[in-house]
Design a protein around this ligand. Structure first.
Ligand code: NAD
Length: 265
């Protein structure tokens, strides 16, 4: 615990349950003194998010599906009404239909599948970021979550890889727009972590095993490291860092060819 986020208020979007990356980030920020609001996607998830939020001293919960403009309006209106200003935004939201996340990218990707993946997984950050910036203090910051499938082909990640490429590009454009105000916008590219969203991707077991074997650290990515990176990027520690995609993946992204031995093991 510490005071890096003391006096700071912000919105966490994307907690579904205790395994959510957004939850690891929320706990880290709360431990540093941040005051948090949470969105949840529909009543079914409220049951799960409520006790988690309560455990970090928050009763500020907002029902918000990012494809619903009325709910987006209501969410940011509620933040402004209650707090006036905010200091940070955490965006940890992605979705693609299960039929889009297996097999051949060129064969499986439909117009509707493409649109909804890009809408929910990339545009929602632009949309939430614009709304957040209007009520954000000038030294505020935003963070989103991305994955290496944006830069390289990962089997079955398919249209989500395309959405993450759009998300990372959006991060840079947002950083340019908001930079003059002192607001920083960054993305964290996390290695595979066992969450609800990850379970939707075909051949998940292979992905986890291969990432462990072929990463520099030869271990799984821990959400603890992702949360630490978010704390750095959202606090004054991250001053001058913006428009960046920061990898927290045990060094998987840095390896061109893994050693033979760990892959055999
Ligand atoms: P998760 O399932 O816990 O979180 C995904 C969240 O997206 C859920 O809270 C869900 O409610 C929300 N969501 C989906 N569609 C929505 C909509 N229309 N409106 C509002 N919310 C919606 O899984 P996670 O792995 O913690 O995912 C968080 C982020 O991290 C995602 O962007 C994901 O792509 C990214 N990420 C995950 C991994 C991994 O291996 N788990 C790796 C890199 C990046």
């Amino acid at each position: 615990t510490g005071t890096l986020m003391a006096g700071k208020r912000g919105l966490i979007m994307g907690v579904a349950n205790k395994n959510s990356i957004a939850w690891a980030i929320a706990q880290q920020l709360a431990a540093q003194g941040a005051e948090l609001a949470f969105t949840f996607q529909g009543e079914k998830l409220e049951r799960r998010v409520k006790p988690l939020a309560a455990s970090v001293g928050s009763e500020f919960l907002l029902d918000c599906d990012v494809t619903n403009d009325d709910q987006m309006d209501a969410t940011f209106a509620a933040l402004e009404a209650k707090w006036g200003k905010i200091d940070f935004l955490v965006h940890a939201i992605a979705f693609a239909g299960k039929d889009q996340l297996a097999g051949s990218f060129i064969e499986q990707t439909t117009r509707e599948g493409f649109k909804s993946a890009l809408d929910i997984s990339a545009y929602s950050f632009v949309d939430a970021g614009r709304r957040a910036a209007r009520i954000m203090n000038d030294d505020g910051a935003m963070v989103t979550l991305t994955y290496l499938g944006s830069e390289r082909v990962i089997p079955n990640y398919n249209v989500m890889g395309v959405a993450k490429a759009a998300l990372e590009a959006s991060t840079r454009y947002m950083a340019a727009d908001l930079g003059p105000r002192g607001i920083r916008v960054n993305a964290i590219s996390a290695g595979p972590i066992k969450t609800l969203a990850a379970a939707g991707i075909g051949s998940g077991r292979h992905m986890f095993r291969f990432n462990k074997a072929a990463s520099a650290m030869q271990d799984h990515t821990e959400s603890k490291g992702v949360a630490g990176a978010a704390l750095y990027l959202l606090s004054s520690l991250g001053a001058s860092c913006t428009g960046e995609t920061h990898h927290v993946d045990g060094g998987f992204h840095a390896i061109g060819m893994p050693q033979e031995a760990p892959l055999r093991a």
